[in-house]
Design a protein around this ligand. Structure first.
Ligand code: TRP
Length: 493
């Protein structure tokens, strides 16, 4: 049997893991959540969630992938023969995410193409341009609105790119991430310098960093912060497990985890400065408060950033650079999920071949993604994003922590981690995995569940919410069926 595919160096693994973590989640999702939940009100729960859940879970996922040398499904089967469903639920949730995530990449591609115009077409009205020209948004989720060939082809192009990044497994991924990881960081620095020198920038930044302790009593804010941590660190998607499984068993786990987590959140915080200085500028220009300057929601980065770009000298050039940034940010996150799916198939049988699996994964994701290119696309995106991240990921996180903490044994995993790592993890980690994480996450999920059963979400009609719930319930049901069906005796050749 040909051995497991490997990263060609530890640095390549780190680039790939950081590349997966750092994505649109940092520049698009993090700022819009921060804005939605009132700036500084969001940062405290975010940072606490990073320390209490994010880092311990990342250490856990890296460790389990590297120790068992398997993708998510087989790794959890390795923990217990009935637990493969946890891995499946993780990869399924990741698949839902990548379907709408690629639609956001498609918006970026449309902007990139439009950036070549002689005069930036959104210069006068960035908000109107995004909603009307790019999205052609309908008046509600019940009205599918027009179909946009432009977005359709952009989505197709995104998937063709993703495919060619993963088609040769770690070999091609390793090459691509050498560019797609550092490039966006450099470009963000340029945008930061422009942002903070705009008039009004300081007001925006104050809104961003001024803590609001009152908001800490709201469980919704906590859940949003927790789910953003999952999203941004690519946790509970099976991604980090798969990536770590291509490491040698002796790679340093704690260093890898701290480096990934800190770089990733550092970039989010940094991108926040860029977005909020621009929001401050817009508030200044329109004479309104920062809180009222744009409609909050998933469109934020596509209004604030383009606006900022049109204010720069050499606006066209910077726009091109910026949208290349967004695409390169997104692409290594998107293909990390395709890799996670690939690894689950390739673990089963090395005969199917990476290229073929990658092709079908990309094809199905593309087809499902077409709904997000319709006039109602943004509403669907909001619904799926809400349910998968707030419920799907958090539930998978609970199951993962319980399975590792109680069935595999957190202490056993900890002694493995410490045997390969220079920086040792203390006993606190075991408590975090066994008690703190499952208990806290359960509290958030249950409270939020009760609120949503009473109040719904975002004013969407029942059928739309039901679709959202399906994306949570389907993987759960499959995971449960998986664990109660009698185990086949598997013959391993
Ligand atoms: N971590 C990525 C980001 O912050 C997003 C991400 C996580 C993702 N899991 C994913 C994207 C799965 C696509 C598929 O942007």
């Amino acid at each position: 049997m040909a051995g497991r595919q490997r990263w060609s160096s530890r640095m390549i693994f780190l680039f790939a893991a950081i590349g997966s973590a750092v994505g649109l989640g940092n520049v698009w999702r993090f700022p819009y959540l921060t804005y939605k939940y009132g700036g500084g009100a969001f940062l405290i729960p975010y940072l606490i969630a990073l320390l209490v859940l994010g880092i311990p879970l990342l250490i856990m996922e890296f460790a389990i992938g590297q120790r068992l040398q398997k993708g998510a499904v087989e790794a959890f089967k390795g923990v217990h023969s009935k637990l493969g469903g946890i891995g499946f639920a993780a990869v399924f949730s990741g698949f839902v995410v990548v379907v709408y995530y690629s639609a956001v990449m498609a918006w970026s591609l449309v902007y990139l193409i439009k950036s070549f115009a002689f005069k930036l077409p959104w210069a006068e009205n960035a908000e109107g341009f995004f909603y009307n020209n790019v999205l052609n948004i309908s008046d509600g989720i019940g009205n599918i609105g027009g179909f946009s060939w432009m977005l359709f082809f952009a989505l197709l192009a995104v998937w063709v790119m993703v495919y060619f990044c993963v088609w040769k497994g770690t070999k091609s991924v390793g090459k691509v991430v050498m560019i797609t990881m550092p490039l966006p960081i450099i470009l963000l620095i340029v945008l930061f310098i422009r942002g903070v020198t705009l008039p009004g920038a300081l007001t925006g930044i104050m809104y961003y960093i001024k803590p609001n302790f009152g908001a800490l009593l709201d469980t919704e804010v906590w859940l949003a912060a927790v789910s953003q941590i999952f999203f941004t660190l690519s946790l509970a998607f099976g991604i980090m497990i798969a990536y770590a499984s291509y490491n040698k068993e002796t790679s340093d786990i704690t260093k890898n985890s701290y480096l990934t987590a800190i770089t990733n959140s550092g970039i989010s915080l940094f991108a926040g400065f860029v977005v909020f200085s621009v929001l401050g500028y817009m508030a200044h220009a329109q004479g309104v408060g920062v809180a009222d300057v744009v409609t909050s929601g998933p469109g934020l980065a596509f209004v604030a950033f383009p606006q900022a770009l049109s204010l720069m000298p050499l606006a066209g050039l910077f726009s091109v650079l910026f949208f290349v940034t967004l695409l390169s940010l997104g692409i290594d996150s998107a293909f990390s999920l395709v890799e996670a799916v690939n690894s689950t198939f390739l673990d089963k049988s090395s005969k199917v071949g990476t290229k073929k699996v990658a092709f079908y994964v990309c094809l199905v994701a593309f087809i499902l993604g077409i709904i997000f290119t319709s006039g109602a696309g943004l509403y669907f995106l909001d619904v799926f994003d809400h349910f998968v991240t707030n419920f799907g990921l958090v539930l998978v996180g609970i199951f993962e922590a319980i399975a590792i903490g109680w069935i595999f044994g957190a202490e056993k995993l900890r002694s493995y981690i410490n045997s390969v790592s220079d920086w040792k993890v203390g006993k606190w980690w075991t408590y975090a995995i066994k008690y703190v994480i499952p208990v806290l996450l359960s509290i958030f999920v249950i409270t939020q569940f009760i609120t949503e059963i009473k109040e719904g979400y975002g004013g969407y009609p029942g059928w739309a919410l039901a679709l959202g719930w399906l994306s949570v319930i389907i993987p759960l049901v499959i995971a449960i069926v998986w664990s109660i069906k009698p185990t086949k005796v598997e013959v391993n050749v």
